[in-house]
Design a protein around this ligand. Structure first.
Ligand SMILES: O=C1O[C@H](COP(=O)(O)O)[C@@H](O)[C@H](O)[C@H]1O
Length: 268
C-alpha cells in the first residue's frame, strides 16, 4: 500500500498526500463536492472557516474548474474563530480569507458573516451567536438533531503546533463550555490575546468537519491527537473534535503524517 492514501480510524478518516500542493487540490475537490450536495439537499451551503495555513491552501478554489462550477451564490460564510482586531489588520482571519479567496469568487457580500470588529470580545461573541441563532431559525444554517446547536454543512479547521483548533487552546477552561455557541478568550497563549471562537459543542454538531494539517513541525502533536498514545490527551483540542452525527476528515501531507501509526505501518 502506498504511504499516502486514505485510512479509516476511530478518530476519523485520514487522507494523506505527498505534498501540501496535493492537499490543496484534494481539499478543493472535497469542498466543491460538499457544496454541491448541500445546495441540492438544503438550497444553501453554510461553511465556517478558520485562519492560518488552511486559508492559503483553499486558494485553489479560485482557480478553474471550481471558480466556474461551484454555486457561489448559495454559500453562507462564517468564522469558527477570529482575532479581536480590525478587519484590515494583518492578524484578522477575515482579511486573510478575503485576500486569498473571498474577493476572487462571485460570492454574495451579504452572505459573508464576518465578526463585528467594533465591539469588545465579549460583545462581539454575543452578537455573533445572536446572528447565528436567527439564521438557524430560518434554516439558512441547519439545526442539529443531537444538541441545541447549529449544524454547519462544513467547518474547516487548522491545527496549531500545540494542538489548538479554532481558538480553543489546550487545557483552557473554554474547552468545558457547554451552553454557548460562540465564546471569547482574552488570554490566548499565541498573539493576539483576544479572540472569539466556536465552542466544541458547535464544532461537534457539524455535518462535516475537516482538519487540515501540513508540515513536520506538527507531526508529534498530530500523533497525540490521533493515535492511542497511552497517556492523557483529553484536553488536547484537536483530539476533542468528534462530530457525533457527522464526518471528520483529516487532510494531511506526508510531513505532518510522518509520526502516525497509520502512516508508519504502511512502511513495513
Ligand atoms: O491561531 C490560529 O491558528 C490555527 C492554526 O494555524 P496554522 O497557520 O498553524 O495552520 C488556525 O486554524 C486558527 O484559525 C488561528 O486563529
Amino acid at each position: 500500500m502506498s504511504r499516502s492514501g486514505c485510512h479509516q480510524t476511530e478518530r476519523g478518516e485520514l487522507r494523506i498526500y505527498e505534498s501540501s500542493d496535493e492537499v490543496a487540490t484534494e481539499l478543493a475537490d472535497y469542498i466543491a463536492e460538499l457544496s454541491e450536495v448541500s445546495v441540492k439537499e438544503r438550497g444553501f451551503f453554510a461553511i465556517a472557516l478558520s485562519g492560518g495555513s488552511l486559508i492559503s491552501l483553499m486558494g485553489k478554489l479560485c482557480e478553474a474548474p471550481y471558480n466556474k462550477t461551484v454555486d457561489w451564490s448559495k454559500w453562507y460564510i462564517f468564522w469558527a474563530d477570529e482575532r479581536v482586531v480590525s478587519k484590515n489588520h494583518a492578524d484578522s482571519n477575515y482579511k486573510l480569507a478575503k485576500d486569498c479567496l473571498l474577493s476572487k469568487v462571485p460570492l454574495i457580500p451579504s452572505h459573508v458573516y464576518s465578526i463585528n470588529d467594533s465591539l469588545s470580545a465579549e460583545e462581539a461573541a454575543g452578537e455573533y451567536e445572536f446572528v447565528l441563532r436567527q439564521l438557524v431559525k430560518v434554516r439558512t444554517v441547519g439545526v442539529s438533531e443531537i444538541s441545541d446547536c447549529p449544524k454547519f454543512d462544513l467547518i474547516l479547521l487548522g491545527m496549531g503546533s500545540d494542538g489548538h483548533v479554532a481558538s480553543l487552546f489546550p487545557n483552557h477552561m473554554v474547552l468545558e463550555e457547554k451552553d454557548e455557541w460562540v465564546t471569547f478568550i482574552t488570554d490566548s497563549p499565541e498573539p493576539p490575546p483576544e479572540r472569539l471562537t466556536f465552542t466544541l459543542p458547535v464544532i461537534n454538531s457539524a455535518s462535516n468537519v475537516a482538519i487540515v494539517v501540513t508540515g513536520s513541525s506538527k507531526a508529534e502533536t498530530l500523533h497525540l491527537a490521533i493515535d492511542d498514545v497511552g497517556r492523557d490527551c483529553s484536553k488536547l483540542p484537536a483530539r476533542m473534535v468528534n462530530p457525533g452525527n457527522g464526518n471528520l476528515v483529516w487532510f494531511l501531507d506526508k510531513l505532518a503524517a510522518s509520526k502516525l501509526e497509520a502512516f508508519k505501518c504502511t512502511e513495513k
